[in-house]
Design a protein around this ligand. Sequence first.
Ligand code: HMG
Ligand code: MG
Length: 309
Amino acid sequence: MNTRVRITEVAPRDGLQGEKRIVPTDRKAALVRTLNATGVDEIEVSSFVSPKWIPQLGDAAELFAMLAAEKPRGMTYSALVPNERGLDAALAVNTNARKAHRVERLIDKISVFTAASEGFSLKNTNATIEETLTRFAPVIDRAHHHGLMVRGYISCIVRCPFDGDISPVQVGDVASRLLDLGVDELDLGDTIGAATPETIEPVIMEVIDRLEGDATNPFGDPTLTLHLHDTFGHAADCVQMALDLGVRSFDSSAGGLGGCPYASTETARAPGNISTLALLEAIKAAGFTTRVDLDAMRSASEFAAGILA
Ligand code: HMG
Ligand code: MG
């Protein structure tokens, strides 16, 4: 059995996008550099979204430019893209990096993002699920034309803070639409950390069904990723369940950055994405392996935890 699991670090993007404090670009670059040294497979570096919506990541192009000369061999950098304007910005970053540093492709992958619930889709992107999918069609085609991979996120796979419980079929139907549009990989987001092993199992099974029975492609590359937030402390158990079902790719954030604003209260900040150290522990306990160096990840986690201080 293939025991290798792919890890995508989302601390620079999901970890920082909801923070009141805007982290200076050179501090973000330092965070990515510490993550470069950990052996993670991918880093979600930033988002090319409207700075009116997410001012925290309005420096995506500058950040990528700072990192262009130092991208490690074999590393995948990705960024969120909501529309063609975002894709144009991502492609411009790649053009500039090619000219300045002869980097063949600085951004390897873009991620489009929609939801299984209408309420979240409207709040997050001012668009219905259908409207987001219509926007994605030219984005996905053009990204592929430029040699970029495309990840398709589906948020609120178990529960939505606005619409309540979500059925596995709702998730499966959005997954099928994204696959029809040509995404290379699906990423299931438990946005508010509501999932338990019992509630996530039927969702993963439904989506694997839409992937014709396998969470990896014939080359062994993952086509399904799980993106857990750890609001109620169930994320590690959900990882175990997902591994049992054949999922071989997970998102996590160093230092557990990224508390969901919809799951926080006035006085208590909800825990963020599953922390990468907790994810690694769950993967190891289940008998699986990663490329990540634990000591380097401990240092990166300390750095991440202090970045908002
Ligand atoms: P809108 O206001 O409906 O659209 O936003 P618009 O076209 O009217 O644009 C508004 C302004 O933004 C305009 O500027 C546009 O030009 C500009 P103005 O003319 O008023 O000066 N604009 C842009 N600027 C830079 N880059 C762009 C861009 N597009 C428009 N790409 C829009 C629609 C989708 C743009 C907006 O809603 C948006 O940016 N939303 C992003 C929200 C976001 O990033 N959310 C967090 C990521 S998703 C997530 O965290 C979940 C995940 O972690 C998984 C999970 O946990 O479930 C992935
Ligand atoms: Mg998230």
